[in-house]
Design a protein around this ligand. Structure first.
Ligand SMILES: CC(C)(COP(=O)(O)OP(=O)(O)OC[C@H]1O[C@@H](n2cnc3c(N)ncnc32)[C@H](O)[C@@H]1OP(=O)(O)O)[C@@H](O)C(=O)NCCC(=O)NCCS
Length: 152
């Protein structure tokens, strides 16, 4: 996908039922990469539906192709998942998805991420997230959005 299409034709919109399969495939593939020691068949397309139950999901879409998604709990102000398709990472898609989620959540957005994944922690810090403390396990950190406030 070229730069112009990414920059001008990509839009962030609420996920529709027909996007779910693409989101599930992205989620499943990313988890297989993140946990190489776990047998790949432990991760299935059904994991996405289970782990996003009750959450709002938005996608970055270009020509009806899902480039990435963000899932969050607007009431709990928590971002639960953010994934961009690997060959389009580093081109601003993650930033756009995260910005949309923060706008919709409003003040006080939080998320939890794996502190061993320094690249992801650095990504969030570059976008104005700061460490709040430990998360649900020793390896996890809670980050809070302290960057520029977004208009609703
Ligand atoms: C983490 C992830 C969502 C980031 O999305 P992305 O589209 O690659 O990131 P972007 O291109 O939007 O980056 C936005 C900004 O963050 C900065 N950034 C990205 N990675 C960074 C890093 N490792 N260190 C410092 N800054 C970083 C970029 O420089 C960019 O700033 P710029 O626009 O001023 O150059 C994506 O890499 C991904 O899907 N990773 C795998 C899944 C994952 O780990 N998700 C997080 C689960 S909590």
């Amino acid at each position: 996908m070229n730069w112009l299409a990414l920059r001008f034709l990509t839009r962030v919109r609420r996920a529709r039922p027909r996007d779910m399969r693409a989101c599930a495939a992205l989620y499943c593939a990313a988890r297989r990469r993140a946990y190489p020691r776990v047998p790949a068949d432990r991760f299935t397309l059904d994991d996405f539906a289970l782990s996003t139950r009750g959450l709002e999901t938005w996608v970055a879409d270009c020509h009806d192709q899902v480039l990435g998604f963000v899932s969050f709990d607007r009431t709990g102000r928590e971002i639960a998942h953010l994934y961009v398709t690997p060959d389009l990472q580093g081109r601003g898609v993650g930033r756009r998805l995260l910005t949309k989620a923060c706008r919709l959540i409003g003040e006080g957005a939080v998320l939890e991420c794996d502190s061993r994944n320094q690249s992801v922690v650095a990504f969030y810090q570059a976008l104005g997230w700061v460490e709040q403390g430990p998360g649900s396990s020793d390896e996890h950190l809670v980050l809070r959005f302290e960057g520029r406030r977004h208009a609703a």
